[in-house]
Design a binder for this molecule. Structure first.
Ligand code: TMP
Length: 254
């Protein structure tokens, strides 16, 4: 086994120093947390599935010109990524009313939004990740107006692409959270997509039944949590059914 120097342990991932300069190894855990760590547990096999799902989505996004930190998957639970300077706010994109949006405005879950909403949240566990405005971000020097424009534009392109991709396998992309980083190459800097995209940070509902196929099953103490994650991977065609070489491609839904 390769010994790696641990740099950071988060709620769902551990980051290790990578084998080449400017790289990191992301290890996907089965640990799950919700409500800013008030609820903790384990979703068996989640790390393996999220490693695969995030790989698949990042590669597909890369194919349509979205720059991402993903380099390659190393094994069942680890992927090699580019080290970036993480931008200290999260981006949430919403297409359908759910979660904190439903709570904040007393709206019923499930109502499609007339246009997608993009929100920013400051990454701070102690403060419980408060929502922030562009004004806070620029006033506190977390990002420039030009970077925010780039982040907005990338987020909406990611949303359009992922909505179509999930629609094709019978899933509604209700909302999701993404993170970005700065990649420095000599004198120039690019904003790239970082972290992961998986059922941990997306709301994914079955197109016909609106059954939840994401971490809300854990947040809301529903049953069949593992099965929901497996179902997303299965529909994406990335859950090996016989042996690990049996990749079948997405299961298109008519
Ligand atoms: P919310 O409705 O709880 O604000 O979450 C919106 C979406 O973003 C949902 O898919 C969960 C995801 N999310 C995270 O994964 N991590 C976060 O810290 C936040 C605020 C949201």
């Amino acid at each position: 086994m390769v010994r790696r120097r641990q740099l950071f342990e988060g709620k769902a991932k551990v980051l290790f120093e990578g084998p080449e300069p400017g790289t990191l190894v992301a290890y996907f855990k089965d640990d799950a947390s919700a409500n800013n760590n008030q609820k903790q547990g384990v979703i068996i096999g989640k790390g393996v599935i999220n490693n695969r799902i995030s790989e698949y989505l990042m590669v597909r996004l890369g194919e349509v010109g979205i720059p991402t930190h993903f380099v390659r998957r190393l094994n069942m639970r680890e992927q090699l990524v580019r080290a970036v300077e993480i931008i200290p706010f999260k981006v949430v994109v919403r297409n359908i009313v759910a979660g904190s949006l439903a709570e904040r405005f007393g709206m019923e879950e499930g109502k499609p939004l007339p246009r997608s909403i993009v929100e920013f949240y400051f990454k701070d566990d102690v403060l419980g990740d408060p929502m922030v405005l562009e004004e806070h971000i620029t006033a506190f020097g977390w990002s420039t107006p030009q970077e925010i424009d780039e982040i907005m534009s990338l987020s909406l392109r990611i949303n359009d692409f992922l909505c179509g991709l999930f629609m094709g396998i019978g899933i509604k992309l209700v909302d999701f959270k993404i993170e970005f980083g700065r990649l420095w190459e000599e004198e120039s800097m690019r904003i790239i997509l970082a972290d992961e995209i998986s059922p941990d940070n997306c709301r994914l509902w079955d197109l016909k039944t609106s059954e939840k196929l994401d971490k809300d099953r854990f947040r809301q103490d529903l049953d069949r949590i593992e099965e929901a994650y497996q179902e997303v991977a299965r529909r994406l065609g990335i859950l090996p059914e016989g042996n690990p070489g049996d990749f079948q491609g997405p299961h298109l839904v008519q």
